[in-house]
Design a binder for this molecule. Structure first.
Ligand SMILES: *Cc1c(COP(=O)(O)O)cnc(C)c1O
Ligand code: SF4
Length: 375
């Protein structure tokens, strides 16, 4: 193995590309962020959000990947990385904490592929839709989706800690669905009128982009709905910016009369570095169950060895693999599509090598169905 571990290597890349790092980073001491992450305090999560890389050109420059060399299909066609419509509609957003886990110089890095806009996004494909899962038909109150029995999903934030190019919510009109502080009133009233709802999911966007204070205020309100018993938070923040798992957050969740569950979202074993695993262990040690959902993505995890490694790493750290999602046919994301036949084959291979509890359920979301559909 080379003298420099991958951490050192990527740190060096960050350090030597200081001119590409946002001004705030240099102002707050770029050295700190570029130092070995074990030997320095990470910035708080809101600073991490501010420091996130916001365009693909800069992303490639930091990683030392020549502009236009990465390509979508492996066919050798070079992609154009700036000015593609896909990036204008859904800008690049990658926190440095996540970027550091990518391999410098590797245009096909599985973490990079998830966040790098490529020209293939602009090519319209058959069967794509802006709202592939029928969310816009299920709004029960502003921001509230009640599709399934017993649980309702509250879209609490349009913001995310990372922009995933395959995301089915990339075209969701959040602006219409969020508003000022009293924006929850109608959702809370709806919950009150529907005693069959015993679980509320906080989703988005990413609900953990709300401050601890805003989240706490929202939980206060949910706690007033007597028949609601559980609170489930769906978030990728602990994966991309692990310092989002603050003591205050953990205290609020463990102090609630609602039973809190956390569902994180990691697609590749390399997303689970020691900082992420430590953050999740702090939650689990305090009694909060943590599950993981992944999306089956071409060029990222469409390989049984990678998926098995992901699942093993999860269960080694007491995190239960929950769902493996078939990609929703959202506009601009078809180049990530893996066929259902291949997905089934991968699941078969997973069952052959993993204990039953470590195998996620392979599901697809179909409009109008009363649950996710097992494949
Ligand atoms: C996926 C989803 C849920 C949660 O489904 P589970 O199978 O309980 O994880 C709830 N509401 C909506 C609208 C969803 O899309
Ligand atoms: S909602 Fe989740 S999958 Fe979509 S961009 Fe945000 S973090 Fe990524």
């Amino acid at each position: 193995m080379a003298e420099n571990g991958s951490t050192n290597q990527s740190d060096k890349i960050l350090a030597t590309n200081a001119k590409f790092v946002p001004t705030a980073l240099s102002a707050s001491g770029g050295e700190d962020l570029a130092c070995d992450s074990d030997a320095c305090d990470p910035v708080d999560w809101q600073t991490a959000m501010r420091l996130a890389v916001r365009n693909s050109k800069q992303l490639l420059e930091i990683l030392g990947i020549p502009f236009g060399r990465a390509d979508s299909s492996g066919s050798g066609d070079s992609a154009v990385f700036s000015g593609i419509q896909g990036e204008q509609d859904f800008p690049t957003f990658v926190p440095l904490e996540f970027l550091r886990r990518m391999k410098p110089g590797d245009a096909n890095d599985p973490l990079l592929r998830q966040v790098l806009p490529i020209a293939a996004e602009d090519v319209p494909q058959q069967g794509e839709s802006a709202d592939p899962v029928g969310d816009l038909d299920s709004l029960s109150a502003p921001g509230l989706l009640h599709k399934y029995h017993g649980r309702a999903l509250l879209v609490v934030s349009g913001a995310c800690g990372v922009h995933c190019r395959y995301c089915f919510r990339r075209e969701f009109p959040y602006q219409q669905e969020s508003g000022p502080v009293d924006r929850w009133n109608q959702a809370i009233e709806y919950l009150q009128r529907n005693p069959e709802i015993e679980e509320v999911l906080l989703s988005g966007g990413d609900p953990l982009t709300l401050t601890d204070q805003a989240l706490s205020h929202l939980i206060d309100r949910l706690e007033t709905v007597e028949h609601v018993r559980r609170l489930r938070i769906h978030s990728r923040m602990p994966i991309v910016i692990p310092q989002r798992v603050t003591d205050r957050l953990i205290d609020r969740l463990t102090g609630s009369r609602l039973t809190a569950w956390l569902v994180v979202h990691a697609n590749h074993p390399r997303e689970l570095d020691e900082h992420v695993l430590n953050a999740l262990a702090r939650l689990i040690n305090r009694g909060i169950p943590v599950l993981n959902q992944a999306v089956l993505l071409k060029g990222v995890n469409d390989d049984s060895k990678i998926l098995a490694d992901l699942c093993r790493r999860l269960v080694d750290h007491r995190i239960q693999p929950y769902y493996l999602h078939q990609l929703d046919r959202v506009r601009g994301a078809t180049h990530f599509d893996v066929s259902v036949d291949h997905g089934r084959q991968l699941m078969k291979e997973l069952r052959e090598v993993l204990p039953g509890y470590a195998v996620p359920q392979y599901v697809v979301e179909q409009s109008g169905e009363p649950s996710k559909t097992p494949i």
